[in-house]
Design a binder for this molecule. Structure first.
Ligand code: PLP
Length: 369
C-alpha cells in the first residue's frame, strides 16, 4: 500500500466531508435512460439567465484571449453605486463559495473557533475545516437560527460566526429585531459573516440585510451571489461588502484573475435587468403559493419560506422518495444530509415544473403507503 498521501497530506483534509451537489440533469438522463428530466435541487432560477446577461456574454467571447480585469473595476463600481457602499469595500469572487473560503483563509489559525447554525449551507464548515478551524454547530430552533444560543457559544477563541439569512435549507429568516439585539451583544473580537444568497426573494418586512450593521461600523461581511435569482450559477460569481480593512486583508489571499471575463460581463449586465429580477420574484411567489396549497391538501408539513425553495416533510424515508422521484425525472434534494431523514428540499420551479413535481410526489407517496 502506498501511504504517501496519508503520511504527507495535512491532517485537516481527512476531516472534510464530501460535498453532494444536486444531481445534474444530464447525469440522470444518462443513468436512468430518461429524456425529460427537471431539476429542482439547487435553487437555480427556473427562468434561466437574464437576457441582458446572455447578450453580454455573447459579445465578450472574442476577448477570451485576454486575462480578465483582476480588480473587476466596472462591476465593483456598479455594485458600489447600487448598494451605496464605498468601492474599496466590495469583494468579488469565483462564486460566493470562494469569498467564504477566502474569509476563512484570511482569519483562521489552527484551533480557532467558528460558530455556525445546524443545519445550514455546508460551505461554512468546509472552509473552516480546511483551515484546521474548530466548528461549533448550534441547532436551529423551530427551523430558525437560534441567535441567543449562538451568542452563548462564543468564547475567546471564536473568530467567525456565520448567519445564513434566509437560511438554507429551511428558508427561514431571523428578524430585524432579533438581529438588532444580537448585534448589540456581539463581542468585538468576532467577525460576523452574513450570507444573503437568497435575500432578493425575501418579502417579509422583518427581513434586514447585514449591511445595516456594516454601516454602524461593525466587523461584518455581507455575501451575495449571482448564482440564484440572477441565474448565473454556471459562471461562478459572487460579491460581498465589508470594511476597507477586512477587504484589504481578504485581497491579500485572493488569486489574481479569480473572476473570469464572461462572469464579470454577465453580472454587470444582469444588475441592469430589473425586468428579469422582478419576473423571477413574481414567478417564485406564485410557485410558492401553489406548492403551499398542494402540500396543505396532501396533509404535508412544510416550513414557510423566504427563499426560492421549500423544506418539506414527506413523512417517509426521504432517500426512497428521492429515488422514486428521480425515476420519474424529478431531481430534488434529500433532507438526511441536513439531519432530517423524512424531509426534502425542493426548489420552486416554473408553474409547469411545480405541477409535475406535485403529481410525481403524489404518485410516489401513494406507492410508498
Ligand atoms: C447557493 C448558495 C450560495 C451560492 O454560492 P455560489 O458559490 O455563489 O454559487 C451561497 N450561500 C448559500 C446559502 C447558498 O445556498
Amino acid at each position: 500500500m502506498n501511504d504517501f498521501v496519508k503520511n504527507r497530506a495535512r491532517s485537516a483534509i481527512f476531516n472534510l466531508k464530501p460535498y453532494f451537489p444536486g444531481k445534474p440533469i444530464e447525469e440522470v438522463k444518462r443513468e436512468l435512460g430518461l429524456d425529460n428530466v427537471i431539476k429542482l435541487a439547487s435553487n437555480e432560477n427556473p427562468l434561466g439567465p437574464s437576457p441582458l446577461a446572455q447578450k453580454a456574454v455573447a459579445s465578450a467571447v472574442n476577448q477570451l484571449h485576454f486575462y480578465p480585469d483582476s480588480n473587476c473595476y466596472e462591476l465593483k463600481r456598479k455594485l458600489s453605486q447600487k448598494y451605496d457602499q464605498p468601492v474599496d469595500t466590495v469583494l468579488v469572487g469565483n462564486g460566493s463559495d470562494e469569498i467564504l473560503k477566502l474569509i476563512a483563509e484570511t482569519f483562521l489559525n489552527p484551533g480557532d473557533e467558528v460558530i455556525l447554525p445546524q443545519p445550514t449551507f455546508s460551505e461554512y464548515q468546509f472552509s473552516a475545516t480546511v483551515m484546521d478551524g474548530v466548528c461549533l454547530s448550534v441547532p436551529l430552533r423551530d427551523f430558525t437560527l437560534d441567535l441567543p444560543a449562538m451568542l452563548e457559544a462564543i468564547t475567546q477563541r471564536t473568530k467567525i460566526l456565520f448567519i445564513c439569512n434566509p437560511n438554507n435549507p429551511t428558508g427561514t429568516i431571523v428578524t430585524q429585531e432579533q438581529l438588532d439585539r444580537f448585534m448589540e451583544e456581539i463581542p468585538d473580537h468576532v467577525l460576523v459573516v452574513f450570507d444573503e444568497a437568497y435575500s432578493e426573494y425575501a418579502d417579509s418586512n422583518d427581513f434586514i440585510s447585514g449591511l445595516k450593521y456594516l454601516q454602524q461600523g461593525k466587523n461584518v461581511v455581507v455575501c451575495h451571489t449571482f448564482s440564484k435569482i440572477y441565474g448565473l450559477a454556471a459562471l461562478r460569481i459572487g460579491y460581498a461588502f465589508t470594511t476597507v480593512e477586512i477587504a484589504d486583508a481578504v485581497k491579500r489571499v485572493t488569486e489574481p484573475f479569480n473572476v473570469n471575463l464572461l462572469a464579470q460581463k454577465a453580472a454587470f449586465a444582469a444588475l441592469d435587468d430589473s425586468e428579469h429580477l422582478q419576473a423571477s420574484r413574481e414567478l417564485n411567489w406564485q410557485g410558492k403559493e401553489y406548492l403551499y396549497q398542494q402540500f396543505d391538501a396532501m396533509g404535508l408539513k412544510y416550513v414557510p419560506t423566504q427563499a426560492n425553495f421549500i423544506f418539506l416533510d414527506t413523512g417517509k424515508d426521504c432517500r426512497q422518495v428521492f429515488q422514486r422521484l428521480l425515476q420519474l425525472g424529478v431531481i430534488v434534494r434529500t433532507g438526511d444530509i441536513f439531519g432530517y431523514p423524512t424531509y426534502l428540499r425542493v426548489t420552486v420551479g416554473t408553474a409547469e415544473e411545480n405541477t409535475r413535481f406535485i403529481h410525481s410526489l403524489q404518485s410516489v407517496l401513494e406507492s410508498l403507503s
